[in-house]
Design a protein around this ligand. Structure first.
Ligand code: PLP
Ligand SMILES: N[C@@H](CCOP(=O)(O)O)C(=O)O
Length: 466
């Protein structure tokens, strides 16, 4: 499979190349030159496959010659063997039409593990071939950080610098990142928001002083391999609910637009997706973009769903590129406008293409609390604040009654114990495998929200590529 950049200038790469590159050199994001497509019979033949085998089947067209089918399946078995539930991403029924897709049974209790457990193995596999040292630079609003650190801590040939906004992640999230003791793990707390952290990461890919010395890569969903692995659970859920003979809708708590874009990819591959509902909190740029064509970033507001406190959503660029007819030059111009003014109008072509599949909703804090209470009272489920935002949007959506609606449960409620307790009066306990989290020592540095300070700190500690 051949990958192209959304901004049309960077050279095309194969799967191994995009996995190691992370962001394209022209500042764009890689995506497949064409969407691979399964027939209905091919999708029907996936029914009943164990998760690792399904993952290998769904991802093989994207991986192409970079891995043999046997090797890909072996890596999937290794990655998903570390999950605490045999189904990997179990589907839970809430009432006659609403379902929860639990994506938090991985080692760090959030959906990021589904992709990052595999990405850690892919880095190891591909680095073995190119004989280099990889410097991963990432930004996190809470969950990517620990999942990425968990995937690469202690591995040879790779180191990770993870930047989070100081004071804007939950204490459990912070401790999960900062209590990992490994020489290749570095945590940086900056004075700023997730958007500031993400902007620094993207800037580093274009900073020649850094890229000349270090082989920089990404673990955020700007890295195509992250999204690819997230496509699989849309297939897993839809197959259980009757696909390809039945259409299924998904409601996705959304921040950086990676998770819901993976659902879009599943639809392009032939999965019968009725609707993708983009659920946001009050940081609602994506809701405004889908509903009104207005993509303009406001100030980030801190909420009880901190992982979605994002106003610049990296992967939206991939959708704009695809929905706008894949014109790299036009998209680059549109993104330059957004980067200089912080605002952008979607074109009519983009808006109408997006409207065929996407809906959206913004949840106020009271909506989130009400959804947490409903899940508790109607189905006995304690859900986390992010999932609650998705569930609120799912229940509010105007979707034909015969279509099942799956809300993606993106984090374990124990990652946000204060918010859960405030809403339902029950404090979810940490699973025993991380029960000693509050006894562990933390290690992180606090830096100003300033690119020069952060890049200099990283440059002093990173390992040159050759
Ligand atoms: C728990 C949780 N829910 C939802 C999201 C939003 O997902 P995405 O950034 O893929 O839109 C995140 C962060 O990515 C998260 O950590
Ligand atoms: N919510 C995320 C933000 C980064 O998103 P990513 O999917 O691009 O890694 C987080 O928890 O860090």
């Amino acid at each position: 499979m051949d990958y192209i950049s959304t901004r049309g200038i960077a050279p095309s790469l194969d799967f191994e190349g995009v996995t190691l590159a992370g962001l394209a050199r022209d500042g764009g994001l890689y995506l497949p030159r064409v969407w691979p497509r399964f027939t209905a019979d091919e999708i029907a033949a996936m029914r009943g496959l164990p998760y690792p085998a399904l993952a290998a089947r769904v991802m093989q067209p994207f991986v192409g010659d970079s891995l043999t089918p046997e090797r890909l399946q072996a890596l999937c078995e290794q990655a998903y063997g570390r999950f605490a539930h045999a189904a990997v991403t179990p589907l839970i029924q809430l009432d006659e039409r609403h379902w929860l897709l639990e994506l938090f049974h991985g080692p760090t209790l959030a959906f990021k593990d589904v992709a990052l457990q595999l990405l850690g193995l892919l880095f190891e596999e591909f680095l073995g071939r190119v004989q280099g040292h990889l410097t991963i630079v990432g930004a996190t609003s809470g969950d990517t950080g620990s999942a990425a650190i968990g995937a690469v801590a202690g591995r040879d040939g790779v180191e990770i610098f993870m930047i989070h906004p100081a004071g804007r992640v939950s204490e459990v999230q912070r401790r999960q990142m900062t209590s990992v003791r490994a020489p290749n793990v570095h945590n940086i707390a900056i004075d700023g928001s997730f958007d500031d952290a993400q902007a620094m990461v993207k800037r580093m890919f274009g900073d020649q002083e850094m890229t000349d010395r270090f082989r920089i890569s990404a673990v955020n969903s700007i890295n195509w391999a992250r999204l690819m692995a997230q496509v699989v659970y849309y297939f897993a859920a839809a197959l259980q609910l009757g696909a390809p003979d039945r259409r299924v809708a998904f409601s996705v708590p959304t921040g950086n637009f990676g998770d819901v874009f993976a659902g879009y990819v599943a639809a392009q591959m032939g999965l019968p997706v009725e609707r993708l509902i983009v659920a946001t909190n009050v940081n609602d740029i994506l809701h405004r973009a889908v509903a009104e064509g207005d993509y303009s970033a406001g100030t980030v507001t801190a909420t009880a769903a901190p992982s979605m406190d994002i106003q610049v959503s990296s992967n939206f660029e991939r959708l704009l590129f695809d929905a706008g007819g894949r014109d790299g030059a036009a998209l680059a111009e549109q993104m330059r406008g957004f980067e200089s003014t912080g605002a952008m109008r979607l074109t009519e072509a983009q808006r109408s293409a997006i409207a065929t599949l996407f809906g959206s909703a913004r949840a106020e804090p009271a909506d989130m609390t009400a959804a947490m209470r409903w899940a508790r009272e109607a189905a006995g489920q304690a859900i986390d604040p992010h999932t609650a935002i998705g569930l609120h949007a799912a229940r509010a959506a105007d979707i034909a009654p015969h279509v099942p609606v799956v809300t993606l449960a993106t984090a374990h409620p124990a990652k946000f114990p204060d918010a859960v307790e405030r809403a339902i009066g029950v404090r979810p306990p940490l699973p025993t495998r991380i029960g000693d989290l509050f006894a562990r020592e933390e290690h992180y540095v606090e830096l100003p929200g300033d690119y020069a300070a952060v890049s200099a700190w990283i440059a002093e500690r990173a390992t040159p590529s050759a």
